[in-house]
Write a protein that binds this ligand. Structure first.
Ligand SMILES: [Zn+2]
Ligand SMILES: [Zn+2]
Length: 550
């Protein structure tokens, strides 16, 4: 394991509130991973930023009679508040419109130009004579030339995940009329220059998911299309050439560069050499599968094009889309749950626990189901973990509040103690492989074992093995608190306080999970139930709200 890491997640587009669909595949897995790496003693930083540019933002700002700067500032602040409420702990949440990023993007462009990877071409661009504007990207809808899916954006087919070279049967997305075509000069990035290098990188990098790799390799085999990086709009990073006045970069040229520019700013501000750190750290980019093309092709190609001045990613954990009650999330059909709204009803840890447990390290789609949510919280989080912690600590409290010593351990005690000794390695190795769901399941199995152990030893009868059972169980609670910290940090802190620990939970090393640090005569804090049950009547109300007219 590298002792340095930079973790990023797909940048939230500063154009609307964060909903559950955003959280499951990227922000939460990245946060869990960063917290774990920090516990492992890795110097790890979680860096993110709002994605501030592009046509949809410009148009929406105009509609709300705000200037785009004001508009994205609002969403940057709101997004950070919502993420923070979920316990997502960024080391820096910055923005793609920062002066540092603008300068960095322009610098990368100049280097790509010098290195022969950019060329200029006159192109014919869709233009709407009714709306009197060029129609880039989302402003043209039509049929995907590859999979023939209808009503797809001209810059991304949501059905097959590819970027169409030219959309078929185009229409203006604003007024639905067929657009006309006008001439304009654009800059192109020669993606085809990198076919060999990209192929080599994909083969070499053993951390990338095999299934994702496979279809990226198929795309390369089919041939890569050069990439138009120019937009004729007013909101974006200006192209730094006198002849390109009034033109800006396409959002996908500048946004992922903010992974680097924001990291460098953060590190330099801390007095660390940012570039040196980046190039000696493990680089993680957490994404959803809709942006595989951008992260496995554009992003590495651009870093290759500036001669690997900044190293390529080591890990690109890629996860599927979240469905809601087995249907595609849609804001327009009110088939979505805002993060803020969810957190008004339930603690952040309930969502973190549930989403982590249903989100594998694969591109399979996930499903948020209200009934399953209630069942998992009530039976697994509360019925298993909550029950054991409360039983074990409640018993210590009844005995006077101090942990007894143990001796002459029997085979059940030994088995339980072996579980504690094994836990850090068992859970840790799964976390290292990014199997967060399976790691969480291991902790649940551990807790279930201790429920059984407690039941079997019957300490309430006050028999010979009572002290041993309580000593081992109290130590198991301590192990659970440390192991749960990356997943459900608020609850882990609560357990930690109930244990009456003097040291900070965040300063406990991951490996200390397997130590017996709760010594005889240790005094507990105040003990109380950790969780509140999810009520069926509330679940009914949540379900009725979905899809209803607002
Ligand atoms: Zn398609
Ligand atoms: Zn139009």
């Amino acid at each position: 394991m590298n002792n340095k890491a930079i973790i990023t997640s797909a940048l939230p587009y500063a154009n609307g509130e964060i909903h559950l669909g955003h959280v499951a595949s990227t922000y939460l897995p990245a946060d869990v991973t960063t917290r774990f790496l920090k516990q492992k003693g890795v110097e790890a930083y979680y860096i993110c930023a709002s994605d501030d540019y592009g046509t949809p933002i410009l148009i929406q700002a105009e509609r709300e009679k705000k200037n785009p700067e004001e508009y994205v500032k609002f969403w940057n602040k709101r997004d950070l508040e919502d993420f923070t409420a979920l316990g997502i702990e960024f080391d820096l949440f910055y923005r793609t419109s920062s002066p540092e990023n603008i300068e960095f993007v322009q610098d990368v462009f100049k280097k790509l130009l010098e290195n022969g990877h950019i060329y200029e071409k006159e192109i014919i661009q869709f233009y709407c004579k009714f709306d009197k504007k060029f129609l880039p990207d989302r402003y043209v809808i039509g049929t995907c030339p590859y999979c023939k899916a209808e009503d797809q954006y001209s810059d991304l087919c949501e059905k097959c995940g590819r970027v169409p070279a030219e959309i078929e049967n185009p229409r203006c997305a604003i007024c639905k009329n067929p657009p006309t075509k006008e001439k304009t000069k654009h800059y192109f990035f020669k993606l085809a220059n990198f076919i060999n290098d990209l192929t080599g990188w994909l083969e070499e990098n053993q951390h990338l998911q095999k299934d994702v790799k496979k279809y990226v390799q198929n795309w390369i085999r089919d041939g890569l299309v050069d990439w138009d990086i120019t937009r004729d709009i007013s909101w974006g990073v200006p192209i730094p050439l006198p002849e390109a006045k009034g033109k800006v970069f396409y959002g996908w040229f500048d946004n992922h560069l903010a992974y680097i520019s924001s990291s460098i700013k953060f590190l330099n501000d801390k007095g660390i050499d940012g570039k040196k750190f980046w190039n000696s750290a493990d680089i993680y980019h957490f994404i959803g599968k809709d942006i595989v093309y951008h992260h496995y092709l554009f992003l590495p190609a651009m870093r290759l094009g500036i001669k690997k001045e900044y190293k390529l990613p080591d890990y690109i954990p890629t996860r599927g889309h979240l469905m809601l009650q087995a249907k595609k999330i849609s804001k327009s059909r009110n088939w979505y749950i805002g993060l803020k709204e969810f957190l008004d009803f339930y603690p952040a840890d309930y969502l973190r626990f549930y989403l982590t447990s249903i989100t594998p390290h694969s591109q399979d789609d996930l499903n948020f189901d209200w009934d399953e949510f209630a069942a998992k919280i009530n039976s697994e989080l509360i019925g298993n973990v909550g029950n054991f912690v409360n039983r074990a600590l409640g018993f210590v409290q009844k005995m006077g509040g101090t942990v007894p010593g143990g001796d002459k351990f029997d085979s059940a005690d030994q088995q339980a103690m072996d579980r504690i000794k094994q836990l850090s390695a068992d859970v840790g190795s799964l976390l290292e492989q990014n199997h967060l769901d399976r790691a969480l399941k291991k902790i649940l199995e551990f807790s279930a074992h201790f429920n059984q152990y407690f039941q079997q030893k019957e300490p309430w009868k006050g028999g010979a093995g009572t002290n041993n059972c309580i000593y081992v169980s109290a130590n198991a609670v301590r192990s659970i608190a440390i192991a749960l910290l990356p997943f459900i940090p608020d609850s882990a802190e609560k357990i930690w306080n109930q244990l009456g620990m003097k040291e900070k939970l965040s300063e406990q090393s991951w490996d200390s999970i397997s130590e017996f640090d709760l010594k005889p005569n240790h005094k507990l804090g105040a003990v109380s139930p950790l969780f509140k049950k999810v009520e069926e009547s509330d679940i009914k109300k949540h379900k009725a709200k979905l899809g209803a007219e607002s």
